[in-house]
Write a protein that binds this ligand. Structure first.
Ligand code: SF4
Ligand code: SF4
Ligand code: SF4
Length: 258
């Protein structure tokens, strides 16, 4: 196990947060955001090697159709231009061929890991269960869907304003993918929320996340196959979820259930 991950998970454990996460109850949605460990793009080699190998070329960012990858700015701890993902802004959608990994020229993203069965970015945790809309059977507010429209870079001003998108002949693959996501989200406007579960991009999402009964409602349960892509963190209307970068299921939740 790597030193930095061990340190982070130990720090979380000392605060009693891992046990609470396992029980679905780390409260305070933004708690984990400022930690030193950032979520890296899929395929990232261990953190110390990653920060040494990333040559800040931005190739991964250029090919990402979802605009998921950001580059650290002058305030970043790992040097201007180091690649990371902020799941509250935009998660990774686990593209089938992992173009980001294949584009990386330096080995910071390991080409051997360009396969969903080998990718592991971190582990989702429930950080604010009382905010979950499914717990109280509350409908998804318009503002939650509209927020995702604001993330996209492929819409025209008019589409952004009217919040209406449609597929046009000949549109780019990047636009198609982002519009597809928005059209899927539209189904939840004013309806019962199951966004985190239904839009998890893992190939067998029920093995990564589920909704389980609690009281009169439902709450998310993170499962063993979660790869920490952060899509659920981005899309959740009420910031119920977060990612612990590089953590494994066992580190966060103990032994596998079932
Ligand atoms: S897998 Fe796709 S969505 Fe995720 S960071 Fe790579 S290119 Fe972007
Ligand atoms: S539950 Fe699904 S969407 Fe959320 S981080 Fe895990 S794999 Fe990604
Ligand atoms: S996305 Fe999931 S966690 Fe967030 S409010 Fe909806 S059901 Fe709850």
């Amino acid at each position: 196990m790597r030193k930095d991950r061990r340190k982070f998970v130990k720090q979380m454990a000392s605060l009693g947060l891992l046990g609470l996460a396992a029980a679905g109850g780390i409260y305070g949605a933004r708690y984990l955001r400022d930690d030193e460990l950032k979520l890296r793009p899929p395929g990232a080699v261990p953190e110390e090697d990653f920060t040494a190998l990333c040559i800040k070329c931005g190739q991964c960012l250029q090919v990402c159709p979802y605009d998921s990858i950001l580059l650290e700015d002058i305030d970043g701890l790992d040097g201007v231009g180091t690649a990371y993902i902020d799941p509250f802004r935009r998660g990774c959608y686990l593209c089938r061929l992992f173009p980001c990994i294949l584009a990386c020229p330096s080995g910071a993203l390991d080409h051997e890991q360009a396969d969903i069965k080998r990718v592991h970015m971190g582990m989702a945790v429930v950080v604010n269960e009382p905010a979950c809309l499914a717990l109280y059977n509350k409908p998804v507010p318009d503002s939650a869907i509209d927020r995702i429209y604001d993330h996209t870079t492929v819409l025209t001003e008019e589409e952004r304003r009217s919040r209406r998108v449609q597929h046009l002949p000949g549109e780019s693959e990047k636009r198609q993918l982002q519009v597809d996501l928005l059209l899927k989200l539209e189904r939840y406007r004013g309806k019962q929320c199951r966004i985190c579960v239904d839009l998890c991009p893992y190939e067998e999402p029920e093995e990564a996340i589920g909704l389980v009964a609690k009281g009169e409602g439902l709450v998310p349960e993170i499962r063993h196959e979660c790869v920490g892509c952060g899509a659920c963190v981005e899309l959740c209307p009420t910031q119920v979820l977060n990612i612990i970068p590089r953590a494994t299921y066992e580190e966060v939740y103990g032994t596998r259930k079932g």
